[in-house]
Each structure stands twice: as structure tokens, then as C-alpha cells.
Design a protein around this ligand. Structure first.
Ligand code: EPU
Length: 337
């Protein structure tokens, strides 16, 4: 295992930011990870697919990229399979593999960028399904005492785009392997979110399979979310804000056409994309940065932008949404540095 020096992180973050790591190493198993800690030059940054982070500056220490591979079925019943996946596997490749085996559960999560090891950190979600719905457990190496710890669904403390790994354990554990439980038959299909049913109906599919749902999700995502390989971005930059019933009543009286989701008796979620569009940012370009023309929630790097420039745009958007609606939107991506 050898540390590389002064490595450009441009290929390793989907914003395509040309920041540099003072030291860099890719690790393919837990033993190499522990060795890299011995050679570590702090501070340490743990990297998955780099699809949910904004690197504001060069990284002065060691960047450790998770390259642990492997997808295997470890347990099987008549109805379900338990699969064990290396944290460095690409998420969408895993989804495609599961669909080839006709294993259900991941189809709505098709085409999400990033790695399997990063998926639990923000409890990835799309079209009515979240990682937690199929999650069984994970193993992670604790950077401080170097022990391998197991986390089940409860100890991960999953929330909306949230987990213990984004809170108390942020940057403190390296997620090495993840176990997911998928269905082998009688798949439960989730088609009620967004345009899934419309896309299936347009294709005249009456009894959709999990593969049909995946294709519909891919079609919807590709129509409004820019491909990071072509246009640097990190998916939704902000979370959809959740507000109390009292705040919601004031808001909806002023903006009766706003979309919203009732999450509980006293909890309402407002789409940040709508707020940002209404505040006039959709499709707006500032220098080499901007809010995407088809989905205002996605901030993009048109080429050559710095992390700091994207951050300044984010702050300006946050500020104007706050002023216009009295609602605070906060970043969903990991802002680093
Ligand atoms: N909207 C606008 N203008 C926009 C964008 C959206 O008015 O520019 C409105 C839409 O018309 C719709 C509502 O906002 O009424 C919701 O939009 P959409 O269905 O596109 O979803 P979203 O809430 O913006 C969330 C996730 C996405 C996920 C989709 C589908 C968050 C922060 N984002 O977006 O996740 O793919 O739902 O489930 O929860 C990600 O996390 O990176 C991500 C892309």
C-alpha cells in the first residue's frame, strides 16, 4: 500500500471540482484500510463515489477511497435473499445486478450515483423508497479504536436523508460492507410517487415487473436530473424543508399553489425545488455555476467552477428563499472544508 501525493480529486467528485488531495490511497479491504491509517497524515477524508459532497478547498491530509468490492448472496429463503456487498461497489451496478437476478427492492433506487458504502450515510431515497426499507446491517471500521462494529437498522438511526453517520459518527467510521434483504418473489411494487404510473401507462404496461419500474425511474431521472458525467452536479443540493403545522398554515395562505407532503400531524414537507424556482433561480447561471434548468434543486458546475463559487451560490439561494418564504433550506450534500 502506497500513498499517492498531490492527487487531483476531479475524477472522484461528481461536481467535477479540480481540488487536490495532499495524500491519496484506494483501499480494497479492511486490512489495507487499517494500514492506511498507520500511514495516515491527518486530517483524514473518507471517500465513496464523491457524489454527495462539495469540496470547498484542497484537502491538506489523506483521502482514503473505499474500493472494497464484492456482491454475494449469503442467505436465502423461499421469499428473500440476503446479499453482502463491498462498500466500494457502484450503487447503480448493484441495482442492475439485482434486477438481472430478479431480486426486488432496489428498482426505485435506480440510477442514483455513488457507492454502496455511502448509501447508508444519507439513507438514499427516491420515488417512495429509501435504503432503510431493504437494509439489514453494515460493518464499519472505527477510526479511533480500529474495531470493526456492526450497525443494524435501529443503531443506524435512519431519517430523511440522514443517519448516525451524518451526525455523531460523521467522519469517524469507514463503512466497509453492507447487507441488504431483497425479495425473490411477490415483490412489493412502489408506483405511487411522482410520474411512475404515467410513464408505465404511456408504455402500455399494465402488470409491471420490477424491471419495468426500474426503466420508468431511469426515464424520469434522466429527463430532469443532469448526468454528472456530462454536467458536474451532486443531485439535490438541499433537503426538502420540514415545517410545523402552524408555519405551514401561514405559508400556504400566501402560496396556495405550493406543492407539499403531509408527513405527520404537525409536520409538512415543502419541495425545496419549488421554493428555489419561485425565488427566481431555476436555470440561472452565475459565472460557471447555476441552478439547473429542469430541476432547480440541483446546482451545477458548467466547467471550471470552484467549490467556493458553488458554495456562494448555495448561500445566495438559501438567503433569498429565507427572505421570500421565511423557510430555511439546508444542504443535503456534505459540505467539506
Ligand atoms: N419542483 C418545482 N420546480 C423544480 C423542481 C421541483 O416546482 O425546479 C416541484 C415539482 O413540480 C414537484 C415537487 O417540486 O411538485 C417535487 O419535485 P420532484 O418530484 O422532482 O422531487 P424533489 O422533491 O425535488 C426528491 C429527492 C430526489 C429524488 C426525488 C424523487 C430530496 C432532497 N430530493 O426531489 O433525490 O430523486 O425526490 O424521489 O429529497 C437526491 O437526493 O440527490 C435526489 C435527487
Amino acid at each position: 500500500m502506497q500513498l499517492q501525493e498531490n492527487v487531483s480529486l476531479q475524477p472522484f467528485n461528481t461536481f467535477g471540482l479540480a481540488t487536490k488531495a495532499r495524500f491519496f490511497v484506494e483501499v480494497e479491504d479492511e486490512v489495507t484500510f487499517l494500514k492506511s491509517l498507520d500511514a495516515a497524515k491527518p486530517p483524514i477524508l473518507l471517500l465513496g463515489g464523491g457524489s454527495n459532497m462539495l469540496l470547498k478547498n484542497d484537502w491538506p491530509g489523506l483521502v482514503i477511497k473505499n474500493a472494497i468490492r464484492g456482491i454475494e448472496v449469503v442467505e436465502e429463503t423461499d421469499d428473500t435473499v440476503l446479499i453482502k456487498i463491498g462498500g466500494g461497489e457502484n450503487w447503480h451496478q448493484l441495482v442492475l445486478w439485482s434486477l438481472e437476478q430478479n431480486f426486488g427492492g432496489l428498482e426505485n433506487l435506480s440510477l442514483i450515483p455513488g457507492t454502496v458504502g455511502a448509501a447508508p450515510i444519507q439513507n438514499i431515497g427516491a420515488y417512495g423508497v429509501e435504503l432503510k426499507d431493504v437494509f439489514e446491517k453494515l460493518e464499519a471500521v472505527n477510526l479511533e479504536d480500529r474495531s470493526i462494529q456492526t450497525f443494524d437498522k435501529e443503531t443506524c438511526r435512519f431519517g430523511y436523508r440522514d443517519s448516525i453517520f451524518k451526525q455523531e459518527l460523521k467522519g469517524k467510521v469507514f463503512i466497509s460492507r453492507v447487507w441488504l434483504r431483497l425479495s425473490k418473489q411477490n415483490h412489493s411494487l412502489h408506483m405511487d410517487y411522482g410520474a411512475i404510473r404515467d410513464v408505465l401507462a404511456a408504455d402500455q404496461i399494465e402488470n409491471p415487473t420490477i424491471q419495468d419500474i426500474s426503466r420508468a425511474v431511469i426515464q424520469i431521472r434522466s429527463s430532469k436530473l443532469p448526468d454528472p458525467a456530462k454536467l458536474g452536479n451532486s443531485g439535490s443540493f438541499f433537503k426538502n424543508p420540514e415545517i410545523s403545522k402552524a408555519a405551514f398554515e401561514v405559508f400556504i395562505e400566501s402560496f396556495p399553489d405550493a406543492p407539499f407532503y403531509k408527513m405527520g400531524e404537525d409536520l409538512f414537507k415543502i419541495p425545496a425545488g419549488w421554493l428555489i424556482e419561485k425565488a427566481g433561480w431555476k436555470g440561472k447561471k452565475i459565472g460557471n455555476t447555476g441552478s439547473h434548468k429542469d430541476q432547480a434543486l440541483v446546482l451545477v458546475n458548467y466547467g471550471g467552477a470552484t467549490g467556493e463559487e458553488i458554495w456562494q451560490l448555495a448561500l445566495a439561494i438559501q438567503d433569498s428563499v429565507e427572505k421570500q418564504f421565511g423557510i430555511t433550506i439546508s444542504p443535503e450534500v456534505n459540505v467539506i472544508g
